[in-house]
Design a binder for this molecule. Structure first.
Ligand code: NDP
Length: 277
């Protein structure tokens, strides 16, 4: 049986084995998918051991996405744009590095949530790896404006400058949270890790245009602090990042196996499981 794995540290919490096992069952693919804990100083060795044991591909999660990028012998354009790799495919001596996070986000927004990005004003909060991975797929969806805002404003400005050549017709800018005062957006995406610590972002009030969606990349049993604050500030809809998690996995699965699974039943099962605690 073909072997795949998710590699991270920590890894026990990962839902990837469950998601990929469900995809395999649904599509009739004979594969085995496991979680591998790599020592913090042992990512490359873990990958090499897994390849030597017949591994065909791997997902990579915190804190190894930059090391996975460095280890790849070939990278997809979206992995190069993200500067990070969450999906490895092994073929002989070649290690292909891809990044499916941003594509997963955009599929969740456009297809699962039915939210239009084309021609709309989009605000992306944060300037870390998740933001970097989301910028190119979001720009490809054709927003009128993509604004990046971060606690450390210089990082948001630098990201906007990095992607200026890819902006097309979109107005692409970066800056501070405070500079968002008096601005309105149709879609606000939280790609900071503030919700992980249960913290609220210091955002000015009145950010949400009519019908706006507030999307938190984090997910959980109840609304995150960002989602609660967005509803209080007038967001019409909120969503968490569970759909993104399942969609990025489906992108990886499609890359490895050439088949795209139906994500809806897998997402629904995970949601039930999370709600049940
Ligand atoms: P990074 O560590 O690379 O970046 C963290 C970002 O959050 C930085 O911009 C940082 O700002 C900001 N930040 C952290 N704490 C605060 C705070 N208290 N107030 C304001 N800003 C803060 O993380 P990632 O980009 O890798 O991940 C970000 C989030 O996205 C995580 O919650 C992660 O779980 C989620 N994610 C979800 C995925 C999914 O499939 N659903 C996939 C990938 C990520 P500064 O630069 O000023 O330090």
């Amino acid at each position: 049986m073909d072997r795949y794995a998710v590699i991270g540290n920590p890894i026990a919490h990962s839902k990837s084995p469950q998601i990929h096992t469900a995809f395999a069952r649904q599509t009739g693919q004979a594969l085995q998918y496991e979680a591998l804990l790599a020592p913090l100083d042992g990512f490359t060795r873990t990958v090499e051991d897994f390849r030597a044991a017949g591994g065909r591909g791997a997902n990579v999660t915190v804190p190894f996405k930059l090391e996975a990028f460095a280890l790849s012998t070939r990278r997809t354009p979206r992995a190069r744009a993200a500067g990070a790799v969450n999906t490895l495919a092994f073929d002989g001596d070649e290690v292909l590095g891809d990044n499916t996070d941003g594509a997963g986000l955009v599929r969740d927004l456009l297809i699962n949530l039915g939210h239009t990005v084309a021609g709309r004003r989009v605000l992306l909060l944060g300037a870390g790896g998740a933001t970097r991975g989301a910028i190119l797929p979001l720009l490809h969806a054709g927003p009128a404006e993509l604004r990046i805002a971060n606690r450390s404003a210089d990082k948001a400005e630098a990201l906007a400058a990095d992607f200026a050549a890819e902006a097309g017709k979109a107005r692409l800018e970066g800056g501070s949270f405070a500079a968002l005062a008096d601005r309105k957006f149709d879609l606000v995406i939280n790609a900071t890790s503030a919700s992980l610590a249960g913290e609220r972002l210091p955002l000015p009030r009145g950010l949400y245009a009519e019908g706006a969606l507030a999307y938190d990349m984090m997910y959980g049993r109840s609304h995150t602090p960002f989602m609660c604050a967005a509803l209080a500030d007038g967001a019409a809809r909120v969503a968490d990042g569970l759909g993104m998690l399942v969609e990025q996995a489906a992108e990886s699965f499609a890359l490895w196996r050439g088949v795209r699974p139906d994500t809806a039943p897998v997402r629904a099962a995970l949601r039930r499981q999370i709600d049940a605690g």
